[in-house]
Design a binder for this molecule. Sequence first.
Ligand SMILES: Nc1nc2c(ncn2[C@@H]2O[C@H](COP(=O)(O)OP(=O)(O)OP(=O)(O)O)[C@@H](O)[C@H]2O)c(=O)[nH]1
Ligand SMILES: [Mg+2]
Length: 426
Amino acid sequence: MKILTFTGHTPSEALKKAKIEIGDEGMLIETKEIQKKALGREALYEIVIGVEKDMIPSKYKKTKKPLSKQQPLKEESQEILFDISNAAKQISKISDVTDPLENLYKPSSKQNITASVEPKELKEIKSEINKLTDKVKIIQNMFWDEKSPDLSSQIPPEFSEIYRLASQSGMNKEHLDTLMQVTLEHMPLKMRESSSTVKRYFQTILRKMVPIRREAIPSVGTKKVIMLVGPTGVGKTTSIAKLAARYSFLMDKKYKVGLVVLDTYRIGAVEQLMQYARMMKLGIETVVDPPEFSNALESLKYCDYILIDTMGSSPYDKVKIEKIYECLDANNTGYNVDVVLVMPSSIKYEDLKVTYDNFTTLGVDTLIFTKLDETMGFGNIFSLAYETKKPISYFSVGQEVPEDLVCASSDFLIECLLNGFNRSKT
Ligand SMILES: Nc1nc2c(ncn2[C@@H]2O[C@H](COP(=O)(O)OP(=O)(O)OP(=O)(O)O)[C@@H](O)[C@H]2O)c(=O)[nH]1
Ligand SMILES: [Mg+2]
């Protein structure tokens, strides 16, 4: 028997390549993940196929790996799992993807390898697989018991993967436990077949739980006035610059945008935004004392969007927050000011909650989360939005103006939460 290897980003893709090269003439000996999925990198799988010598396509007869590169093979009789067609179906079932081979090839004639497997052999193979599956479940259970003693008696092992992902994401523990209970109660039995269907179901539920504010454009004769507030250094000014560029240049319609900076502590907070205003040729007004706020808005009344930058305040600095409140309170223009709380995704849920609680006196309407590129866990974002019921409007995913801004969507957030942040998906 000749041994051939094929690689792909999924086991199915590798099998498809094998099928194209050697048809049904082979036995799947081993499937292994040779490269784990990581940020900016796809997973890589290798499948090892055994082919009878006289069935080997000619191109493979000539190629031989140098001995130093050959992988030592374990005993074939123990390693053989399935014939290639059944293996494709099995893997598709396990990984919940449609069988890529199903429609491409019709069942082959007398050389179809399905026929070459004796029933006894098949029985042994199945028994080996069952033993293997049991071992995996025991490991999953051990993990589950350790991590979730309260729920372990009720939760089947297929849930261990999503539990691990969700708890490592920084999601609030109470939210996680509730979610698990809900998922367990409502998930159709059929979906519990494998951890991937459980994950999909869990993903669907999570998506439904994230409040999102869709980007709304001002209707004719109206304007949007948006004020960004939040702790120091979280990315308020950068986000204002990204939004200004977006509204004035990047959408189907080009809107008139004006900027306002609240510099109520007279510390010259204006300069950073002034530079963006110069670059984009936007009108900009500075407010030092709260009574000037209305005048600033009035002088930008020709704009469709007025974006207001504020100085960062520690969530505990009630005096600074109060100054912002005084400006809002002094607004007698009749324009509704949308207050957007900007927070970094890199701090834990409890800190997000304290920040939110302290800024909530300003009447927060929506949330922007920044620095998604600097974190591994996104459960804190999920939990804050879920707990406060405040919709998320944008995500900031890097320092670049204007491109590193994403309109919020629950799909994107939950994808990040379960599979990590991937710039290509923004
Ligand atoms: N990696 C990363 N950096 C960001 C992001 N958004 C902003 N920054 C950086 O964070 C730093 C602070 O950004 P600013 O926009 O000045 O923050 P701010 O909230 O206006 O700060 P204050 O006005 O001092 O409160 C800058 O170096 C930005 O480039 C982001 O999404 N990802
Ligand atoms: Mg700033």
